[in-house]
Design a protein around this ligand. Structure first.
Ligand code: ADP
Length: 546
């Protein structure tokens, strides 16, 4: 059982392999194989039918011949058997020498005792094997008391037991043994003929297949070649030729229809592409013209701006020189003997002149920064001292508004830095000045701390905090723009130029620092400047030193 299952598995596996192999073959080979295989199978079936019919016919003929021979022998020996003249039967048997296929013959009397014998000496081994097979103990009744004919055959021999009757009484049994050489001889001729016709058939079917598969495979191969050509060269104008009106013809028609549609799509795409390319090229040209125009405008604006900065710089410089002369002369005038009214007038001239000089200086500074002409100076100075000095300078201004100005700086340390002292002063003056300007009550505090002080460098944070009017988020965004002033900020607004914070921002940027603003309307503002400066010396004083 197990062997059968594994055999079925093996056959199944082999079948799968054959199918797989068949699947990958070309259509041409497939069709040829199918036609040849069909012819082969057909011929094998026909040959098998012929073979079986032949075997049956020869066997029937042989049986008939054996029966006729047995009947003739029985007829001729009946008398001798009744009379016990067995030698006559031997003589009769001697005539069997002419029957090549008869190898042995026996006559048994009614008790089953052999009374006459014929043995052909040609193939004694065959005779021995056949007799052993026929005269088995189990067959004993056939030659002792059977009244019916018995036929035996295997692949090698054919034998017949025929009972002999006299007056309706069984008087003995005749046994005849024949070979099957005639059957095999005939069969070998038939098989040879079949093999020959099979080979002829295979050859003819191969020739026929070559002719028959063409109408199927040729259009398919042509279609496949065309598809390859279309996919490689993207040439959608080609068409397949419709030869047959069958399914392949329908396939060819469908393929041609598909090609036509792709061709139409391609044409419409090409049109779109052309249009897009043209549009892109037009837009690019327009863009180029616009860019050129813009570049020209920018150059003109740069030139105009440069001219403006140059003009401003020259003008303010030219204005400063006579103004300083006027202020100098006015100061000399104050030292002369004047009446009280004259003294007041001269003081007003001095104050107005100083304010004008301050404004002109702002404009000059800004125009220099904008023109990129402002260079930072570098000198070694005490940073804390600068904060203290600016605080002292502006404390009088704060006092006149009854504001307290607190200078919150470390007292046990000295930071000697290398930087532009004047510009740091200017930053502080502008920030503290603004705080005083925009605060009506409360206090202003100024602080300086070193965030990160190393041997050669320090990150310093200046903070100016006031309790003034503060500003909204919107104002905070524009406050560092040039000439920006908030409307309705009171008296302070009148005395400014809107340049102070813009200058502070530019200076902090020039120093590579950062300027931050924290402010809430009505609650005050805090300006924070963070800047890295080269630290020349840091002296930390002990408690006793103070
Ligand atoms: P100005 O010469 O007008 O002071 P600034 O550039 O210094 O010009 O300041 C621009 C504007 O920013 C000021 O007009 C004011 O409205 C606002 N501002 C500056 N500092 C403060 C401050 N500490 N508190 C409130 N508003 C301020």
């Amino acid at each position: 059982m197990l062997e059968i299952v594994s055999l079925i598995r093996l056959v199944f596996l082999f079948g799968c392999l054959v199918i797989q192999f068949f699947k990958d073959l070309s259509i041409k080979v497939k069709l040829t194989l199918v036609i040849m295989l069909s012819s082969f199978v057909l011929l094998v079936i026909i040959s098998s039918i012929v073979l079986v019919t032949e075997i049956y016919t020869i066997r029937t003929t042989l049986t008939q011949e054996m029966r006729v021979l047995a009947s003739s022998l029985s007829e001729n020996s009946r008398q001798s058997l009744v009379l016990g003249k067995y030698s006559e039967i031997d003589t009769l048997f001697a005539s069997l020498i002419h029957q090549n296929n008869i190898h042995a013959a026996y006559f048994f009397d009614s008790d089953g005792v052999p009374v006459a014998e014929y043995l052909q000496q040609h193939d004694s081994r065959f005779v021995l094997q056949a007799l052993q097979s026929d005269f088995k103990e189990a067959h004993k009744s056939f030659w002792i008391d059977s009244t019916a004919e018995k036929l035996f055959s295997d692949f090698k021999h054919f034998s017949l037991f025929t009972p002999v009757f006299y007056d309706g009484r069984r008087i003995g049994t005749l046994y005849l043994l024949s070979d099957l050489n005639r059957i095999y001889g005939h069969l070998s001729v038939v098989i040879f003929g079949m093999i020959f016709s099979l080979m002829v058939m295979i050859f003819l079917s191969w020739l026929l297949a070559g002719r028959l598969q063409k109408p199927v495979s040729d259009p398919l191969l042509q279609l496949a070649g065309l598809m390859e050509d279309v996919s490689q060269n993207k040439n959608y104008s080609v068409r397949a030729e419709k030869v047959n009106g069958d399914e392949i013809g329908t396939l060819v028609e469908g393929f041609n229809r598909m090609l036509k549609q792709i061709e139409l799509h391609q044409a419409s795409l090409a049109g779109h592409q052309l249009y897009l390319e043209q549009t892109v090229s037009d837009r690019t040209a327009e863009l180029r013209t616009a860019v050129t125009a813009l570049e020209q405008a920018r150059q003109q604006a740069d030139t105009a701006n440069e001219a403006k900065s140059h003009f401003l710089s020259r003008m303010t410089h030219e204005l400063r020189t006579p103004l300083i002369g006027v202020l100098g002369m006015n100061e000399l005038l104050t030292r002369t003997s004047l009446t009280v009214q004259q003294q007041e007038l001269v003081n007003t001239v001095q104050k107005s002149g100083e304010q004008l000089l301050y404004l002109i200086s702002d404009v000059l500074d800004f125009s220099r920064i904008e023109a990129g002409k402002l260079q930072l100076e570098s000198s070694v100075f005490d940073l804390l001292q600068v904060v203290q000095d600016v605080g002292d300078l502006l404390s009088l201004q704060a006092q006149t508004k009854e504001l307290s100005l607190l200078i919150d700086i470390p007292s046990n340390v000295t930071w000697k830095v290398k930087a532009d002292e004047t510009r740091i002063r200017q930053i502080l003056v502008n920030l503290i000045g603004n705080s005083i300007k925009f605060t009506s009550k409360g206090s202003i505090s100024v602080s300086l701390n070193c965030l990160k002080c190393s041997d050669s460098n320090g990150t310093f944070v200046f903070e100016v905090t006031d309790s003034g009017i503060g500003m909204s988020a919107e104002v905070k965004q524009q406050i560092f723009d040039v000439f920006y002033q908030v409307d309705g900020t009171g008296a302070g607004a009148k005395s400014g130029t809107g340049l102070g914070l813009a200058i502070v921002k530019q200076l902090v940027d020039l120093m590579g620092g950062e300027l931050n603003l924290f402010s809430t309307p009505g609650q005050g503002s805090r300006f924070q400047v963070t800047v890295d400066l080269p630290l020349v010396e840091e002296i930390v004083l002990q408690k006793g030193d103070c």
